[in-house]
Design a protein around this ligand. Sequence first.
Ligand code: NAI
Length: 338
Amino acid sequence: MQVITLIPGDGIGPEVTEATVRVLDAAGANFEWDRQVAGIEAMEKHGVPLPEELLDSIRRTKVALKGPVTTPVGKGFRSVNVQLRQALTLYANVRPARTLPGVKSRYDNVDLLIFRENTEGLYKGIEHTVIPGVVESIRIITAEASERIARFAFEWAGREGRQRLTAVHKANIMKLSDGLFLESFRKVSADYPDLEADDRIIDALCMHLVKAPEQFDVLVLPNLYGDIVSDLCAGLVGGLGVTPGANIGLESAVFEAVHGSAPDIAGQNMANPLALIRSAVMMLRHLERPELVDRVRGGLWDTIINKKIVTRDLGGTASTIEFTDEVVRSIDSGAARP
Ligand code: NAI
């Protein structure tokens, strides 16, 4: 039996992970879950936000499904999410943003694939006070990590039949750091002559994404830009409640939605579990279980398109549990994917 590490997280995390586990069970996944705590709950139980037990579990199982974990703002422990990605060298953060049938959004033709470098940049967390009133943050960009994410993106894009990859940067201002990221992307692109490669400056890219997102195909970004632009792209296709993600490394992979712990709606049975369920679909593809992918997608699209049942963030009235019940019912009835 396949063992998978399950990190429910906090805020809406336990609600959306529970929903996802129910959907996977209904599809017949039959996974054994190794449940692990992180963040505030781990601080209480183990005295650290990212326990060694959790890392060991993922090293063993190689695959994790993760709910969001709250990070204290301005003080307290460093982001568990960032630490986890660095500790396991989950260097590629993959975030598709696609217009979904049955989900209202401003555009009807978005199909973006975002690759965010996931281990360095400003997220190294190297910050200190120089003198009172002056702080310094250090941004690390290496050729090794920049080439690694570029190569990963070209490989994935080629497999998916994509046409064009765009590197996103601010190399006009940060000539050395973003310059190195861009140079690395260009170097790797030479190995993929069948794929188009170009680049955009981050600020102009944001304007073009909002005006005409269909003109882009695949985006490759350093860590901070990737974090921000992937939320922007989530907004183009229905919001954070629908957008999935994966963190992939050499040895292991952690699948989690783009969204955070949403403290404003936590514990109210209001969260949309679709983003995490779609992250689980990415996990099923990674595990090469196409029959499960088909069953879960059939259940989702039957619920959303045919029955028109969606949660409040998408303009519907269904609670987390009501939406999940319908997806499970659709899977049980053998709904096929459109
Ligand atoms: P957030 O993504 O949690 O919420 C932003 C807005 O989107 C809120 O209005 C929320 O209600 C809504 N939203 C998010 N997910 C939703 C869902 N599934 N269904 C319906 N509505 C949803 O971002 P925020 O508020 O900036 O961050 C909250 C906490 O989450 C912070 O501590 C942050 O550090 C953490 N976080 C954790 C992440 C992770 O674990 N990978 C990723 C992003 C943030």
